[in-house]
Design a protein around this ligand. Sequence first.
Ligand code: OS5
Length: 231
Amino acid sequence: MTKLAIMGAMQEEITPLLEYFTNINIVEYANNKYYEAKYGDLDVVVAYSKIGKVFSTLTATTLIEHFGCDTLLFSGVAGGINPQLKIGDLIVANKLSQHDLDITAFGHPFGYVPEGSVYVPTNEKLKNIALEVAKENNIKIIEGIIATGDQFVADEKRKEFISSTFDADALEMEGASVAVVCDALNVPCLILRAISDTADMDAGFNFDEFLETSAQNSANFLIKIINKLIK
Ligand code: OS5
């Protein structure tokens, strides 16, 4: 690893991370801010993409192709589906899918387009490091499937559809697009999220209440992963 990309979708998801870095230099590029910084000897570039699959695709691609990052870690919050996931808990994705991708009219399954696949994997080594870090620090984490779509889910029926169609443990709005970029460009990628709500009728209210603390949980854990990566 020569240069590490660290991404969130919202400012609130990267603010707690920026506290850990030094020598911050802000570069404006493609309508976004990129924070070039140091973590000890390691070069990092931190950015929040703005919400959704399109902006997160742009940012992940820019971090890799423009800034030359060769590993990408995403930190942020998610809506929980798996009932074991309580607000504040961590999930690391083993694979992700796009729950709003629908050409079923042509006989294809939800989330599938020709020459693509329903699920995109993340990097197994990075995921295993996350699981090891959790074990060593006695922190609860679940490894599972994350479903991504351009929709803030605050509805039991939609949540149930996503759960049963993709066997998803959590949902959010950026992970699968970031994973698609990293998979295509051969860049190891980790998607880490802490639960801010459970994608039900209270989701908007819970999200507002827990965004900051859950984003902080995810950021603190991500730093532990980085410490292990550079050891
Ligand atoms: O990035 C979006 C996806 N994130 C994960 C997530 C999620 N995704 C889908 N469904 C759920 N139930 C989820 N729970 C967690 C979180 C984020 C959700 S969209 C939040 C939009 C909040 C907002 N809108 N306007 N502002 C905040 C104020 C504002 C104004 C100016 C500039 C910036 C913010």
